[in-house]
Design a protein around this ligand. Structure first.
Ligand code: 3EB
Length: 340
């Protein structure tokens, strides 16, 4: 659980994502290079103070609390359109929205509307390629209107995405996680030029899952590789203990963790296979975000993570609900290499 590097080092030109001790976040308040500070605490909110300040209602389990910091070396310009606050830095667009779930519309309608406005916005702004997206909303496994809320989300998202032809070939890497407080929060990266979609040979594409998991398929890729100016990033979707389309290791958190790590390693191999050797540096993960349904046994889990990944890999542990009832662990991965 070692915090990552010195807050003053910025590696790539376009985007640097790090975890820093939460105590040092105040030092960054007036830093013009900050795109976003992402906090993991007990409630969901967002505000704009120079950069974006996003708070996600997921209790952080690390003893020394961390904050996720997004920075760039490029000039940032901020804008607001409807519910979406966004900035552009050259090829990249970063945006977020926090929607309230009213009583008048369903989660399905809200998800469709959110994705519809997001896809519209990035097209209008000339950054039409959705690269990576995070979705957080409460009670993800609860039934509402005779449907599990995760499934309602999938249906709404699918409906919005399906408006553009061939969308299934360009799905972003994604995370969809159940938070512990009200508010439907989305943040995302889009770009002018497309990324490269990567699937996992050990898993059926989520887009082709049988309908038991959702009447309309989950619209995401397992990972997206993206070349920015002087850097190459690999955004790995929330990865769980799924082989083929089935959950493996029911009721066994440690085995699920191992299977998830195995899936991530397979994805890294696949990224390597699909690109030239310069993707080598991408084999080393820069960050791990580990969602745990149960918060007990963290010491044992952390020990396992040290053996499954490089022990110095910065990580944040979050207590979260995962989109299938039987999943106990999910991991987001990120790696980056800078050329020259
Ligand atoms: C899985 O592999 C686990 O619906 O956007 C992981 C990442 C999962 C993203 C999503 C779902 C999503 O199917 C669940």
């Amino acid at each position: 659980m070692t915090p990552s590097a010195d807050p003053t080092t910025i590696i790539g030109d376009t985007l640097q994502i790090t975890y820093l001790p939460a105590k040092s976040a105040a030092l960054l308040a007036n830093d013009p290079g900050v795109i976003a500070l992402i906090h993991f605490v007990n409630s969901t909110s967002s505000s704009q103070a120079g950069g974006a300040e996003i708070t996600i209602g997921l209790p952080q389990l690390n003893r020394q609390k961390q904050v996720e910091v997004w920075r760039t070396k490029r000039p940032i310009s901020w804008h607001q359109k409807g519910d979406i606050t966004f900035c552009t830095t050259g090829d990249m667009l970063f945006g977020y929205m926090l929607l309230e779930e009213g009583t008048s519309s369903s989660l399905e309608a809200l998800s469709e509307q959110a994705y519809h406005s997001l896809l519209d916005l990035i097209a209008q702004q000339g950054h039409p390629h959705l690269i990576r997206i995070w979705n957080y909303f409460p009670n993800i496994n609860q039934e509402q209107d005779q449907q599990e809320r995760y499934k309602s989300f999938c249906i709404g998202r699918h409906r919005a995405c399906a408006k553009s032809e061939g969308f299934e070939k360009q799905l972003p890497a994604a995370t969809a996680i159940g938070s512990h407080s009200p508010g439907f929060l989305i943040y995302f990266i889009a770009s002018k030029k497309p990324g490269l979609r990567i699937e996992n040979p050990r898993q059926i594409s989520a887009f082709q899952y049988p309908a038991i998991y959702s009447p309309k398929s989950p619209s995401f890729s397992r990972a997206v590789l993206k070349e920015w100016n002087d850097q190459r990033d690999l955004y790995i979707s929330g990865t769980a203990s799924i082989v083929g389309h089935k959950t493996h290791h029911l009721d066994d958190q440690i085995s699920q963790l191992q299977e998830s790590a195995c899936n991530i390693k397979q994805l890294l191999k696949e990224a390597q296979r699909l690109t030239d050797t310069s993707a080598k540096g991408l084999q080393r993960l820069a960050l791990l975000k580990i969602y745990l349904r149960q918060s007990e046994d963290l010491a044992q889990i952390d020990k396992q993570v040290n053996t499954l990944f490089e022990p110095e890999t910065p990580r944040i542990y979050l207590q979260a609900d995962i989109c299938r009832q039987d999943l106990l662990v999910e991991i987001d991965g990120y790696s980056t290499v800078v050329s020259n």
